[in-house]
Ligand binder design. Structure first.
Ligand code: GDP
Length: 446
């Protein structure tokens, strides 16, 4: 996701500022301008960015900076807090309860991923033992009912719709009534989307909403719509009482800053993000880890919790200490691989570890990545202790590389590839030197 580039730009701006001998207003302004540019390029709405800049200036006290405090840290923390506060307008207007019937209405433009998201949402809760049901009140788009039917059948979720009836309100009411009688606890109503924000779409939405009295209206937005996000989200909010947002296609090339704009426009939180076309490519959205990752800081809270879960107690302090010292040896990489393979869905774990996600494990290719990790580990099994414990990549000369390749029965290029991967990770983890490692359950942005 292109949002990662935003994190990179912000880190660079902070780095440049950290290099300045004196931090005066001019240097701070330059840094903030750089950050502003990065946010605008990521499609965050102009007004939001401007407000954020003003707030950061208010928070960051130049006298504190002059007194030798860690400037980068103070400013990074201010940016972190600002982004979190934009993305966290509080709880959704309604939180469904298992076993109690709730009606959830989905709204959004055509193509935003609404129908797909309805099924993902239903599937998510079904896996947790809920009894969801899907109602197709999209009578505008030919094929909408077929699509919902197909998805629902695949996930074994009951559905309701009609090929003949053209009144969406009638279908919505019939569907909701039927599933209430069947004791479903999550009745999801998919409404029509249109190409653009037409008055008729909004009128139809209002009517469906009045007739079905949804407990929660979820606005579905495609993350790639860019600067249009704020206006679009606001238009929906003005027509129906949007209580939560789901951002789709976060796996694509979208810049993703629109998510911030949608939250600001609807004053409603993002509750899930869509990360692919498949039913289970759907993640609960959590503000702090998201912003941490956005700023290239890695999701420390998730990562630490995983470490505490998986790494035996007696090994934890030593590992955390080494990581914070920036000594990323091949042995640490090996141990991390071991942990990762133990930790379960490697996609989730990887995305929390700085540097591990996009390159070593491209999305949707988890199996390949797992095979690659195992291959790397076989080669590392042919290494000596000296090689594993050295944090100097230069010791890996040609004769050592040849010996490892022979020992592991792999071509030379595989060993070189593994060493390149190590160097790439070591570079990233090297930047973590001096990092204050948070304790279990504690969130630390820095
Ligand atoms: P609707 O018109 O809003 O109901 O949109 P659809 O549910 O038909 O989705 C439009 C297209 O976007 C389909 O090809 C979906 O497979 C795709 N899509 C939906 N959500 C995601 C997502 O999170 N990631 C990706 N890559 N594609 C998605």
């Amino acid at each position: 996701m292109v949002l990662a580039q935003l994190g990179g730009s912000i880190s660079r701006a902070l780095q440049q500022m950290g290099n300045a001998t004196v931090i005066d207003e001019k240097v701070l302004n330059e840094c903030l301008n750089e950050i502003t540019r990065a946010l605008l390029q990521s499609d965050v709405q102009f007004k939001l960015v401007r407000d954020m800049q003003t707030n950061i200036k208010k928070i960051v006290n130049l006298d504190d900076l002059a007194a030798g405090h860690n400037k980068r840290r103070i400013i990074q923390q201010a940016i972190f807090n600002e982004l979190c506060s934009i993305l966290d307008p509080g709880k959704p207007s309604f939180v469904p309860k298992k076993g109690k019937p709730s009606v959830i209405m989905f709204v959004g433009l055509q193509g935003s991923g609404k129908t797909t998201t309805c099924t993902k949402y239903a599937f998510h809760y079904q896996k947790k033992g809920w009894k969801p049901a899907l109602v197709c009140a999209d009578t505008f788009r030919a094929g909408a009912f077929d699509q919902l039917k197909q998805n629902a059948t695949k996930a074994k979720i009951p559905f309701y719709g009609s090929y003949m009836e053209s009144d969406p309100v009638k279908i919505a009411v019939e569907g909701v009534d039927r599933f209430k009688q069947e004791n479903c606890d999550l009745i999801i109503v998919d409404t029509s989307g249109r190409h653009k924000q037409e008055a008729s779409l909004f009128e139809e939405m209002r009517q469906v909403s009045e007739a079905t009295k949804p407990d929660l209206v979820i606005f579905v937005m495609d993350s790639s719509i860019g600067q249009a996000a704020f206006d679009q989200a606001q238009a929906f909010k003005q027509s129906v009482s949007v209580g939560a947002v789901i951002i789709t296609k976060m796996d694509g090339h979208a810049k993703g800053g629109g998510a911030l704009s949608a939250v600001a426009a609807t004053k409603s939180p993002v509750i899930f993000i869509g990360t692919g076309e498949h039913m289970d490519e759907f993640e609960v959205f959590d503000v702090k880890p998201f912003v941490s990752r956005l700023l290239g800081m890695g999701d420390w809270s998730g990562f630490m919790d995983k470490i505490h879960e998986v790494v035996p107690m007696d090994q934890q302090p030593e590992l955390l200490q080494k990581l914070s010292e920036g000594h990323f040896t091949l042995r640490i990489m090996y141990e991390q691989f071991q942990n990762i393979l133990k930790m379960g869905p490697i996609g989730q774990v990887f995305s929390m570890l700085p540097g591990f996600s996009s390159e070593l494990m491209p999305k949707g290719r988890e199996k390949e990545s797992q095979a690659k990790i195992k291959r790397y580990m076989t080669m590392m099994d042919s290494m000596t202790n000296e090689e594993l414990d050295s944090s100097n990549p230069k010791i890996m000369n040609d004769s050592r590389i040849m010996r490892i390749a022979r020992g592991a029965g792999r071509p030379l290029r595989d060993v070189m590839e593994m060493l390149e991967e190590y160097k790439r990770l070591a570079k990233i983890w090297g930047k973590m030197k001096g990092l204050k490692v948070p304790k279990k359950g504690q969130m630390s942005a820095l």
